[in-house]
Design a protein around this ligand. Sequence first.
Ligand code: PDD
Length: 278
Amino acid sequence: NIAYVSGEFIELDDAKVSIQDRGFQFGDSIYEVIKLYDGKLFKADEHFSRLLNSAEMIRLNLEYNLEDLKKIALEVVDKNTDNQSGSLYIQVTRGIAPRNHSFDFDLKSTVIMYLLPAQPFPSELWESGVNAVTLPDTRWSYCNIKTTNLLPNILANQAAKEEGAFEGVFISDDNIVIEGTSSNIFIVKDGRVITHPINKKLLSGITREIVLELAEENFDVEEKIFTLEELYNADEVFITSTTKEVLAVVEIDDKVINQAKVGKITKELHNLYREYKQ
Ligand code: PDD
């Protein structure tokens, strides 16, 4: 497995970054995960644009533009022909410096890319749907930035797993359904597909965008906030992410959704997504 680390291609096990890297010390870093389908990076432009946006929002001077990043990404894929259906992990940190909360703008950022092994998503879950639990949203005010500061997300995800749930869903203090610990969430009510509008409270998922486009061609769609009660009373619920695609949620907390079956619109949107990514 050949990884890219700031200008060099190197075997993953030998790839190292400094203990003075600000990504390590402060979580001063951003990331992306891009799915590979048959050796092709799916929606690479969108992911790298979002990375550049994240960089701008944390005031990180990245010396690579979108084309440079894509070129490196393709080289990583080319060097790992044995893995054509995994995901490309990309992380950019502000760079290496003596520990200090404030930063210099001329630091050389650390850029790493490597392929995550294909973890074939258990396809029976697309057939059966999954369960989820809700949790208070303990995160900060800039969830639109795809930062590696994921402590609230990993703690919530772990808590969900320990409760026997597949995903945790963040609920704001005022009872609004925000997003999953690593996914966006949609409900269907009376034939209408609904999801939280994009703002600083959630990540603008690439899968979310595609699903919205596909949904608009076929159903009534609304980007608007909805409450925990609306979630419990939805006709269908599903989550979206690069790896989960369109995944039905058939149980939330102790409430059963759609008689514990994958809903018709959820199934249709997953089929459309499948066709789209071909
Ligand atoms: N996570 N919201 C959060 C908080 C996420 O971490 C993710 C993705 C999404 C969905 O985004 P997209 O459709 O672009 O994958 C929403 C990635 C997969 C991860 O952390 O592994």
